[in-house]
Ligand binder design. Structure first.
Ligand code: GLU
Length: 550
């Protein structure tokens, strides 16, 4: 068979040589050990936590080493293209401080290794497919869907592995003349790899290959034996072929991708070898898992788990720094230890490594995220928190515009208890913060809790007594001694322990009385210190609430 002739017959339009592209996209001149990584989302307009998880690893590996992180749009499956998807991807990631150095942007592309959109790279894929055909390493396959399903049935009946390989690859050995006739008859065809692997050999003779995965260590697998499709009948490449060509020509050094690609690794390794390309460092990340209601580990699912969608975090108003910090705790097992030793350091000072990534399933836990968020928000100044809340509310709660009118007031509220030796950790995410502090604003204030039963019948007396002796200038000590006096005068114990000892002598104790005041002022039985809150509310608002209550 004259393979060169076949290649010309199949790809008469392709004039460029592989050499041309090798020179057009030369190895990058970057510092030694600089890593080149990429994110290759398909433009479905849905970008999820798993993407963010991977993107974060990509971003860290590249930017920590003075390398390049680029965005490639993998749109070979054109059914899934959603208008505006690139913007959605860029904006979603930018929100979490993940920025690209090159690749697709909202208006065109930047960088010298493009196009970064697979659907625009047709001639490149065809050029390398032509090379493989010319070398006898790939061939046109005219099998129809019916023929393939028939093969499958026969394989099932014979208990043989499914797929097009070895004796089942019926177009492998067509003659040039046969191919020419089929082309003349306009029969549709795909281009298939001619695989060297043979899995029908006895177990101990099946060839294996090894690669060092940066996360998983040495991987040893049987070589590929499938005549995998490289170009589909419409000329569009499969993921396998596009991955190998693109990551080679874009000079990717580290391929960070989900573990779901591990089973295809033999195909990719065979392709890299057949094309004479160096194999990049693979980093197969663990799947994101969660514990379900029964305590079993399972994959996060788009259908069942709203937390898989990045919108979930934006809608609730998680601070991006909190999500970043949390992702690092599940990405690198030594991160938490580092954070304890470096509580005030910028997160980017942490040295992220693939070796510390889990390979068995990264456990995602919203409660843990909330804990991390409390710590992260504690490190953010009231002024920055104010701006963050304001931006969030602009997008998700425009009705709350009025709470941002008095900056000083809101900042004081946000700072309550945060500057103590053992600071309060009240804040988790915007929606929860707003709910938490709502009582500071008359429009949102409402009585939410019920009065303690010990003081239920004295509510009016307590509040009117409290109001009549109220002096906004009292310090905390005087203020509390007045509450104690009021309690005693109404028949309550001055100290909880007195009440506990002789419950028959009192209606209740001072705590019940102050809870009544707390509920009248804050609407809740739990809140930070009443005196401190009154100082922030101001005299007028405090008196007004008490009066309205009566
Ligand atoms: N487009 C592929 C996906 O959506 C990218 C996988 C890769 O990073 O190689 O999963």
């Amino acid at each position: 068979m004259d393979h060169n002739k076949l290649a010309e017959m199949l790809f008469p339009d392709i004039k460029e040589t592989p050499q041309y592209y090798e020179e057009k996209f030369p190895p990058r001149s970057l510092p030694q050990d600089a890593k080149v990584t990429r994110l290759g989302p398909s433009p479905t307009g849905f970008i999820h936590l798993g993407n963010l998880f991977g993107a974060f690893a990509d971003e860290r590996l590249a930017h920590q080493s003075g390398g390049i992180f680029y965005l490639r749009i993998e749109d070979t499956d054109d059914k899934r293209y959603v208008e505006g998807a690139v913007d959605i991807i860029l904006n979603s990631l930018r929100f979490f401080s993940i920025n690209f150095d090159e690749g697709a942007t909202s208006d065109g592309e930047t960088g010298a290794y493009g196009s970064y959109t697979q659907s625009k790279r047709g001639p490149i894929y065809r050029c390398f497919a032509k090379k493989l055909v010319a070398e006898g390493k790939a061939y046109p396959c005219f099998l129809t869907e019916e023929e393939i399903s028939d093969i499958r049935k026969r394989q099932e009946a014979a208990k043989e592995n499914p797929g097009i390989y070895g004796k089942w690859a019926l177009c492998r050995d067509l003659t040039l003349q046969e191919i020419e006739e089929k082309l003349k008859a306009n029969l549709p065809y795909v281009i298939r790899l001619r695989s060297d692997g043979d899995m029908t050999l006895p177990e101990d003779q099946i060839k294996r290959f090894t690669v060092i995965d940066a996360i998983r260590g040495e991987l040893s697998m049987p070589v590929n034996d499938q005549d995998t499709v490289l170009l589909k009948a419409n000329g569009i490449p499969t993921y396998h072929f596009a991955h190998v060509i693109d990551d080679h020509l874009m000079r990717t050094t580290h391929v960070v991708r989900g573990a779901e690609w591990l089973p295809s690794l033999p195909i990719h390794v065979e392709l890299f070898e057949k094309l004479g390309f160096d194999i990049p460092v693979y980093c197969h990340t663990a799947q994101l898992m969660k514990l379900d209601e029964d305590g079993n580990k399972r994959k996060l699912s788009k259908r069942k788990d709203p937390e898989l969608s990045l919108d979930f975090y934006r809608n609730l108003g998680y601070h991006p720094a909190a999500v970043r910090e949390y992702l690092l705790t599940i990405l690198n097992s030594n991160f938490e230890e580092w954070r304890i030793a470096n509580p005030a350091s910028d997160i980017d000072e942490f040295k992220f490594t693939t070796e510390k990534m889990s390979n068995s399933g990264a456990l995602f836990d919203l409660n843990k995220l909330n804990d991390v968020s409390k710590d992260v928000l504690l490190r953010i100044s009231a002024s920055d928190l104010f701006s963050f809340l304001k931006d969030w509310s602009c997008e998700f709660r425009p009705d709350l515009e009025y709470i941002f009118k008095d900056r000083d007031y809101l900042e004081k509220i946000l700072d309550i208890g945060r500057n103590e030796a053992k600071p309060r950790k009240d804040h988790i995410y915007a929606q929860q913060i707003i709910q938490n502090i709502s009582y500071f604003f008359d429009d949102m204030f409402k009585i939410e809790d019920s009065f303690p039963k010990e003081a239920e019948s004295d509510v009016k007396e307590i509040i009117s007594g409290y109001l009549s002796s109220y002096d906004h200038n009292d310090d905390q000590e005087i203020w509390f001694s007045k509450i104690r006096e009021l309690a005693v005068s109404l028949g309550y114990a001055a100290k909880p322990k007195d009440f506990k000892k002789h419950p028959e002598e009192y209606k209740g104790h001072v705590g019940h009385v102050s809870t009544v005041i707390r509920i009248a002022l804050m609407g809740r039985s739990q809140s930070p210190d009443i005196w401190e809150i009154q100082q922030i509310l101001g005299e007028a608002r405090t008196r007004d609430r008490l009066e309205k209550f009566l």
